[in-house]
Design a binder for this molecule. Structure first.
Ligand code: ADP
Length: 627
């Protein structure tokens, strides 16, 4: 039995510590956004606690002065009561103004913090199943329970209620030990310090215990609802984005008539969410009703005790109001303190995803060696016995790949679908790291270089390139300085200058119809702009992964013809399924099943009659006239 109770106490203490460990962690995060919010909240808590008792104290003195017929004293206390009410009212207005400003800072700060963290995760971590979903869920759910600002308010409330309860305990002790004039009879017995103390202890403990049990039942129920609710909110967020925000998805939705299906799903999730709120509200209402009944019984007992003390002559009539008010605050303060504690627990649940995200580490540490800036572009990269599999899969996608990228080389990568060409590029750009072997830049393992500086060496156009709903110039400069002459030059080199000239605002035209006044462009036009963006970056390595897949034959021919001019004296790597487009590269690497099967010039490889020749001949049938 004893063991059972000890275990329960230990479990409770552990739970309390756990809640506050999370709480303090969230406070520290909140302090990074607004360091003044917590001190301000604490000052407010003390202020409120003082306000609570000052009013009671002044009112008691006022009543006693009036009853004693001392009107000048009564006038003084009346004036003080009015003055303090005005002073605290003014202070309250100032505090609430500061609090509103702080709430705004929290809102912006929270979103920036979340996005900064998400953007700083490396690509491999970001690509993990569930990461994107977790980021979206943490954004939605963290704000539901008031976000970081709520944590400050909870701790503020805890301090305020602690001060209120502690003062009430002090006053209760003072009241219990005040001795009356009555010497005999029931009244004298009831007014004795030991009897009053016992009575007060019993009713307070009973009221707090009954309330805590009710609270626990409610919170257990709420916690169950809330865990379900975070999932429902995740679903609603996804559906909203697909239906309303992603207008590209709008095409598929309309063509495949998915409207009803999506709306049904949305309605179902929304109904679930509403049902959740109804259940929470009903549970809260029951709780309030129960708490109200407990508190009424408690208040009757308190009035009884204070009245006994007043009748026994232990306290004045004025002090009656003061003590009755203070004692009522004892249980209320403890109840509120415990309620704040449960609120903190719920905040912790809603903040779980956010904290998980904050704890997420990038899989790869960045090195510290700076990358030498060389105007001559003399960078040499080598793959040394590199093998790789994607996270979550054991199958090697690249197997023992060794190759050197010769400087200023025009290298083509060819091979069947799934041979590992794009993966090779991803490793080269350090989006992933080899599982075995090393990739070196000028003889040093690329992991040892500062990641961002290393990536500056590459201009890449992936097959699934992405442009943003920003102005054209912004898409091309990607945060670098805007130089219109250079932008036009790059546009001209990829044959997109007339496209942009014809846009309503030229370089300032916003792409895509996400924004008002934005223009839609075709896949081929977008690919040209993506190529221009790569040129604008002007990095020593130019990597083009199927750069002409979406282009019409004329544009494709233009790109091929201008390719040498386009990449000039850079080292370029070119992936294409169109064998004819690789012909003008000096060096061709043939990938097969994750390894390098052949390497050489077009003529050498044809002469070898291997995989390259096989692929070439297979395509030659379809493009006979072109070849
Ligand atoms: P290629 O560019 O030659 O067509 P890829 O490098 O894209 O080939 O793909 C090589 C293999 O790696 C394929 O089997 C593909 O399914 C697999 N793969 C590609 N990307 C991923 C990924 N993100 N996660 C898991 N497997 C992948």
């Amino acid at each position: 039995m004893e063991n059972g109770i000890t275990k329960k106490v230990i479990d409770k203490a552990r739970e309390f510590m756990g809640i506050h460990r999370t709480g303090v962690r969230l406070l520290k995060i909140a302090a990074k956004i607004d360091s003044s919010a917590m001190p301000l909240g604490m000052i407010q808590a003390v202020f409120q606690a003082v306000n609570t008792y000052l009013g009671l104290f002044l009112m008691a003195r006022l009543i006693d002065s009036l009853l004693a017929g001392d009107f000048s004293r009564a006038f003084f206390f009346g004036g003080m009561t009015a003055f303090t009410a005005w002073l605290f009212g003014m202070a309250g207005t100032v505090f609430s103004g500061l609090q509103k400003r702080s709430a705004d800072r929290f809102l912006t700060g929270f979103y920036i913090m979340l996005r900064k963290k998400a953007l700083s995760l490396d690509y491999e971590t970001m690509e993990q199943p569930g990461t994107a979903d977790m980021i979206l869920r943490s954004e939605r759910t963290a704000m539901m329970y008031g976000g970081l600002e709520n944590i400050i308010r909870v701790y503020q409330g805890m301090l305020e209620n602690f001060l209120i309860s502690a003062t009430a305990v002090g006053m209760t002790v003072a009241l219990c030990f005040s001795r009356g004039r009555a010497q005999e009879g029931m009244l004298a017995f009831a007014a004795q310090p030991a009897v009053s103390a016992l009575f007060m202890a019993l009713i307070s403990i009973a009221a707090i215990w009954v309330d805590a049990r009710g609270n626990k039942r409610l919170e257990d129920k709420k916690q169950g609802f809330m865990r379900e609710h975070t999932d429902v909110e995740g679903k609603i967020g996804y559906l909203t984005r697909q239906m309303l925000e992603d207008y590209q998805a709008g095409k598929v939705i309309r063509l495949y008539d998915m409207k009803e299906m999506l709306l049904d799903n949305f309605k179902k999730s929304n109904d679930e969410s509403l049902a959740f709120f109804r259940r929470i509200n009903a549970a809260d209402d029951h709780r309030e009703l129960f708490r109200g009944s407990v508190n009424s019984i408690y208040m009757v007992c308190i009035y009884l005790l204070v009245a006994v003390k007043a009748l026994a002559g232990a306290i004045t009539v004025g002090a009656f109001t003061q003590y009755a008010g203070a004692l009522a605050k004892l249980v209320k303060g403890v109840q509120n303190f415990s309620w704040m504690n449960s609120r903190l627990k719920l905040c912790g649940i809603y903040m779980e995803d956010f904290l998980k995200l904050m704890d997420m580490e990038s899989r790869h540490a960045t090195g510290s060696i700076p990358v030498e800036k060389r105007l001559d572009g003399e960078y040499e990269i080598a793959f040394e016995d590199v093998s790789f599999h994607y996270p979550g899969s054991e199958e090697m996608v690249l197997k023992h790949v060794s190759c050197r990228l010769n400087m200023k080389d025009k290298l083509a990568l060819v091979g069947k679908n799934g041979a590992g060409k794009t993966t090779f590029i991803k490793l080269l750009c350090r989006l992933y790291e080899p599982v075995e072997g090393v990739i070196t830049l000028n003889g040093i393992d690329i992991r040892k270089y500062r990641e961002e500086e290393y990536r500056e060496l590459f201009s890449v156009v992936f097959q699934d390139f992405k442009l943003f709903a920003f102005p054209v110039w912004c898409n091309l400069t990607t945060g670098c300085e805007r130089q219109d002459e250079r932008i036009w030059d790059c546009l001209e080199r990829v044959g997109a200058d007339s496209l942009v000239k014809d846009m309503p605002e030229g370089l300032d035209t916003v792409l895509y119809k996400d924004k008002e006044g934005g223009v839609d462009i075709s896949g081929g036009e977008a690919q040209k702009l993506a190529l221009a963006r790569a040129l604008y970056k002007d990095a020593p390595f130019m990597v083009l992964d199927e750069p002409t897949a979406a282009l019409d034959p004329v544009s494709e021919a233009q790109i091929y013809q201008g390719f040498h001019q386009m990449v000039k004296d850079k080292t370029s790597i070119y992936i294409s399924h169109r064998m004819s487009s690789c012909r003008f590269c000096d060096d061709i690497v043939v990938f097969d099943q994750g390894g390098i099967a052949e390497r050489g010039s077009h003529e050498e490889l044809l002469g070898r009659q291997g995989l390259y020749a096989e692929m070439w001949n297979a395509q030659a049938k379809y493009y006979a006239e072109e070849l």
